[in-house]
Design a protein around this ligand. Structure first.
Ligand code: ADP
Ligand code: MG
Length: 560
């Protein structure tokens, strides 16, 4: 049989369009073809489990190889294969997705949505790097004859009988001149490791040598020999696909180490497992971060049915959670994404608020179950929580119950607890609550000690975001102001009617003031006298609170 025909599309030639606009990243072709091979294999397994295939399925490994001389890359699977009719139907009709039809057919079957493809343009991404593509396929159907399809990237194709004798599909790409970078082992392996590391069917790329124990010599020392093994790219059952009830802490930690070698162990994690109203699995880890925004963002990896999509998760998780690590997997995230598409996608928005909610719930649970353990982690978690409270009102509403304030004695209080603690002694004459805080326990020690002498409590606010956090607290907390402990003399920090007795006489104070005023430039600062007892500083030099905040805001970029 031989047949010639024209690919059914309405545009004159779609290939230039595909090359330019489909994916900006040409390396994606391999992800698309390998995920098609995996889909075809999963479909075969599915049919087999439904009793539609009687024979043993045999080895189902997908193989990727290349030939530098011939300038080809080949993707071979042992999946369901295609008849000539199916090739015409599924491959020729651009944007007609066979996967969609398959899912429709088996939509009540449990695993039907394990099929990756949805969009119907994936196969054609091959033409971003190939001047010619050849398909050889033998369908699993008993009466099927093998078919061969060749297309040179124009709208013309040729279909004929093939001599393929084993079930499945072989796709051979004749790599074009500009894409010769892909004809290199390291490059291909890198792409496979990036996109296919967690695909559910084994993917083989050449062989690898490994040293294995080989008995002992006469002194009892272990001997080693080198063996050649299949180089399997992927872990077919990544942790997030396993039920949380089957997993131990150690499993989560070793998966973390697999994702981020050389990183310090995380503090804790959240295993997400949602199937309504959208599908989402994943594991989010809280890394150890203290006061350090050097932590890399974009460490969360986004997958769609175990195929890597991107590690730019800007639209999928809120900004403050981008500091988390881990993986998210949702078949509802479009595989063929462009960034603007992600932003506009309504599932993505739902995922975003769901992740936020889950994180808040987990923190709340930790707080409730183990207050002490939670407090120990607070120095690390606090940054996320404060960032979240500042940037996300919904998160604030949840976090206000488990956010902690820490005082200079390393005691921790919820917002409510703290209010109760300081209200009796730190309410000023206008009935306003005054919270004192220090930003630098060392430099401000003298001020802290003076405040404590008056039984005032002093909070520690030394995080990078604390300027913003303080402003936010003042807006959110009723009738409360926060004042830095060195903002004024301790006598004036909390404005009360009572008169404070200084140890210096008025005459002594005035003389001291003169001496200091001569010695320093008095612009922008306030010089004031204070001394409740002889061991205290008699004079303080301060910046008015308003001026200081202006300066702080400028230093950290302002906003909030
Ligand atoms: P999608 O995967 O989104 O359906 P593709 O353009 O990647 O779109 O593939 C189109 C269709 O071609 C697939 O749905 C499938 O029916 C068929 N196909 C592609 N590759 C294979 C393969 N290796 N084995 C069997 N069928 C395949
Ligand atoms: Mg596909």
């Amino acid at each position: 049989m031989e047949e010639k025909g024209t690919i059914s599309i309405h545009t004159e030639n779609i290939f230039p369009i595909i090359k330019k606009f489909l994916y900006s990243d040409h390396e994606i072709f391999l992800r698309e073809l390998v995920s098609n091979a995996v889909d075809a294999t999963q479909k075969l397994k599915r049919l087999s489990s439904l009793g539609e295939i009687k024979n043993e399925l045999g080895d189902l490994t997908v193989e990727v190889s290349f030939d530098e001389k011939e300038k080809t890359i080949t993707i071979l699977d042992k999946g369901i294969g295609m008849t000539a009719e199916e090739i015409k139907k599924y491959i020729n009709q651009i944007a007609f997705s066979g996967a969609e039809e398959f899912v429709e057919k088996f939509k009540d079957a449990k695993d039907a949505n394990e099929i990756i493809g949805k969009f119907g343009l994936g196969f054609y991404s091959a033409f971003m790097v190939a001047e010619k593509v050849e398909i050889n396929s033998l369908s699993y159907l008993e009466s099927a004859t093998a078919a061969k399809w060749v297309c040179d990237g124009s709208t013309e194709f040729e279909i004929s009988d093939s001599d393929k004798t084993s079930r499945g599909t072989e796709i051979k790409l004749f790599i074009n001149e500009e894409s010769s970078e892909f004809l290199a082992k390291a490059r291909l392996e890198g792409i496979l490791k990036k996109y296919c590391k967690f695909l559910p069917v084994e993917i083989k790329f050449g062989t690898a040598e490994e040293s294995v124990p080989d008995g002992k010599d006469k002194d009892g020392n272990t001997q080693y020999k080198t063996v050649t093994k299949d180089n399997i790219i992927n872990n077919t059952k990544p942790l997030w696909t396993v039920a949380p009830s089957e997993l131990k802490d150690e499993d989560y930690l070793s998966f973390y180490r697999e994702l981020y070698p050389f990183s310090e162990d995380p503090l804790f994690w959240i295993h997400l497992n949602v199937d309504y109203p959208f599908n989402l699995t994943g594991i989010l880890y809280f890394p150890k971060v203290k006061n350090d925004f050097e932590v890399q963002k974009n460490k969360i990896q986004l997958y769609s049915r175990q195929v890597f999509i991107t590690d730019e998760v800007k639209d999928v998780v809120p900004e403050f959670l981008m500091l988390l690590h881990g993986v998210l997997d949702s078949p509802d995230i479009p595989l063929n994404v462009s960034r603007s598409f992600l932003q506009a996608d309504s599932n993505v928005k739902k995922i975003n608020s769901h992740v936020t909610k889950k994180v808040a719930d987990k923190l709340n649970e930790l707080f409730k179950k183990d207050r002490k353990g939670y407090e120990e982690k607070w120095d690390n978690i606090g940054l996320f929580v404060e960032y979240g409270m500042i940037s996300d009102d919904k998160f604030y509403e949840k976090a206000k119950d488990f956010a902690l304030l820490k005082n200079d004695e390393e005691k921790y209080f919820t917002l409510e607890e703290y209010k109760e603690k300081v209200a009796p002694n730190q309410t000023d004459k206008d009935k306003k609550l005054v919270y004192l805080y220090a930003t630098d326990l060392g430099k401000q020690d003298a001020y802290i000690q003076s405040a404590k002498k008056r039984s005032y409590d002093v909070l520690v606010m030394d995080r990078i975001l604390d300027n913003h956090f303080i402003n936010m607290l003042e807006q959110k907390l009723e009738n409360t102001t926060l004042v830095r402990v060195d903002a004024d003399t301790v006598n004036k920090l909390i404005d009360k009617d009572e008169k404070v007795e200084s140890v210096l006489s008025e005459k002594e104070e005035n003389r001291l003031k003169e001496v200091f005023e001569k010695a320093i430039d008095k612009k922008d600062i306030v010089l004031s006298m204070q001394a409740l007892s002889p061991d205290e500083m008699p004079v303080t030099i301060t910046l008015p609170e308003f001026m200081r905040r202006m300066k702080d805001m400028a230093a950290t970029g302002g906003g909030g």
